[in-house]
Design a protein around this ligand. Structure first.
Ligand code: HEC
Ligand SMILES: [Cu+2]
Length: 489
């Protein structure tokens, strides 16, 4: 009995030391290539979600299944586009693996597709990033494998001929190859991808759109968007975080033509992994340059509640072409870091002179205002509308846009606005005194600030008459007298 026990202990000791020996050999001999263990299926996510961090400390075999599909979807309110996609949405699903992983990639092309598709992953070392190996006919599946040799954040896209068209129509996404020791833990991770759409019709034209080769060649996008459509990240779709959260955003830019100047209004990036590379390359950064076909990882901690705008700081793209997102941060204010508005007081010319300490010379130039004197007859509706149009183009279009359609989630439309059409007096009040707080126009809620417009009674009457008689509105007429009444209330 005792003998058997001894024998058992003996063999256990031998076994253990052999195992130790093997692992020493393994560590010494293969510190480059870790031992690969197990097989798993990658869990892919739609933007802005990111698959959860990889916790294993060794490479594995990872099976990825992704389907290419052509779908008609929303590009903006009332605007549809025939997208070509990885996974049924733009951008394509986020893929997360670990360095050293052997990826067995299954590309399925939907039977409803009208053409072949493939995938070129910038994380792949090999011809075409896998494109030729994955060229797949409609109703077929292709399989190829690659080893993820390099950690970083990479773009993937379709590279079937004509390549630019497959990209311009929506075939791109991100693949993250985590480094050996993973990324530092954070509270929130998001997936944001910038891209352009080139349509024959102007920005915001309702209906099903067609790709414009002319605009694409001229590199003049009709839309520049985050996550595939105007408003994909605004209002109820905004990214959410709580005060104190450490936030990481995986940002990709496919172009197809433009470089992104990615910025979050009111935040500073604590850390930036430029170009999506493995290392933190910079700290305390305001704006990150992301090349077409490139990526970046940005990290920051949110300290003050409020709404932060994600923009391409090529700023017309943000406010006029769609490259606008929101990060909504909830929690307790921190007056030490940001006070909010502390005062609003009257500021006059005299005040300015007092402030500058000099009253001697008068360098002030008065700006002539051609259409100032309201010498027009208010009964001549056409003249009033003409004048109103001038006022509109000078003042209102900055926010409500020349089309009167506003900007989804930011500036309400005046075009076909039920809010405007319902109450003339209220509209006059808004132009005179501005408006803040929530308001609902055509079922969409806005919570922003319109500053009071510094206009004469005649100008307010004219601009509102113009607005009421344009953009499919209710054709009301507003007189100076009515404006005066509201002003004196
Ligand atoms: C600086 C940006 C800005 C300018 C300039 C501006 N507005 Fe506005 N306007 C807004 C915002 C923002 C709101 C919504 C305010 C809120 O959310 O409470 C708004 C709301 C309105 C509304 C009510 C909502 C609707 O859509 O019917 C009317 C009417 C309106 N504006 C008319 C005008 C007119 C006319 C002018 C030009 C004389 C003008 N605005 C200039 C930003 C602006
Ligand atoms: Cu394709």
């Amino acid at each position: 009995m005792k003998k058997i026990l001894n024998l058992k202990i003996f063999s256990v000791v031998i076994l253990l030391s052999t195992a130790a020996l093997i692992s020493i050999v393994a560590i010494q001999g293969c510190h480059q290539t870790e031992k690969r263990e197990g097989t798993e299926f990658a869990n892919l996510t739609y933007a802005p979600e990111v698959p959860s961090p990889i916790l294993r400390d060794h490479p594995s075999k990872v099976i990825v299944n992704l389907e290419t599909k052509q779908v008609v979807g929303r590009l903006a309110d009332g605007v549809q586009y025939p997208f070509w996609t990885f996974g049924g949405k733009v951008p394509g699903k986020f893929i997360r693996i670990r360095v050293g992983d052997k990826v067995e990639f299954h590309l399925h092309n939907s039977p409803t597709s009208t053409m072949p598709h493939n995938i070129d992953m910038h994380a792949v070392t090999g011809p075409g990033g896998g494109a030729p190996a994955s060229e797949t006919l409609p109703g077929h599946s292709s399989v190829f494998s690659f080893k993820a040799e390099r950690a970083g954040l990479f773009i993937y896209h379709c590279a079937t001929q004509p390549v630019p068209l497959h990209i311009a129509n929506g075939m791109y996404g991100l693949i993250l190859v985590e480094p050996k020791d993973g990324l530092d833990p954070v509270d929130k991770e998001f997936y944001v991808m910038q891209s352009e759409f080139y349509t024959k019709d102007d920005y915001g034209t309702p209906g099903l759109q067609q790709f414009s080769m002319d605009k694409a060649l001229a590199e003049n996008p009709t839309y520049v968007v985050f996550n595939g459509s105007v408003g994909a990240l605004t209002n109820e779709n905004a990214l959410q975080a709580k005060v104190g959260d450490k936030v990481r955003i995986f940002v990709g830019n496919i172009g197809p033509n433009k470089i992104s100047s990615f910025h979050i209004i009111g935040e500073i990036f604590d850390k930036v992994y430029d170009y999506g590379g493995k290392n933190v390359t910079q700290e305390n950064v305001q704006t990150v340059l992301i090349p077409a076909g490139g990526a970046a990882i940005v990290e920051f901690t949110v300290k003050v509640p409020g709404t932060y705008l994600l923009v391409d700081h090529s700023i017309f793209r943000a406010f006029n072409k769609g490259a606008l997102g929101m990060l909504k941060v909830s929690g307790k204010p921190n007056k030490e870091i940001f006070s909010g508005k502390q005062k609003d007081e009257i500021f006059t010319e005299t005040q300015a002179e007092l402030n500058s300490g000099a009253i001697e010379s008068d360098n002030s130039v008065s700006i002539p205002n051609d259409d100032q004197p309201s010498e027009i007859n208010e009964n001549d509706i056409n003249a009033v509308i003409q004048k109103g149009k001038q006022v509109f183009s000078r003042t209102c279009i900055a926010c409500h846009q020349i089309t009167g359609k506003g900007i989804a989630g930011v500036f309400p439309p005046l075009a076909g606005s039920d809010f405007l059409n319902a109450d003339k007096e209220r509209a006059i009040g808004i132009v005179l005194h501005g408006k803040k707080g929530t308001l609902t126009v055509n079922g969409k809620t806005f919570n922003n600030i319109m500053p009071p417009q510094n206009l004469s009674d005649g100008e307010v009457a004219a601009v509102l008459t113009y607005v009421y008689n344009s953009f499919g509105n209710s054709k009301k007429v507003v007189k100076s007298e009515e404006v005066k009444k509201v002003r004196n209330k």
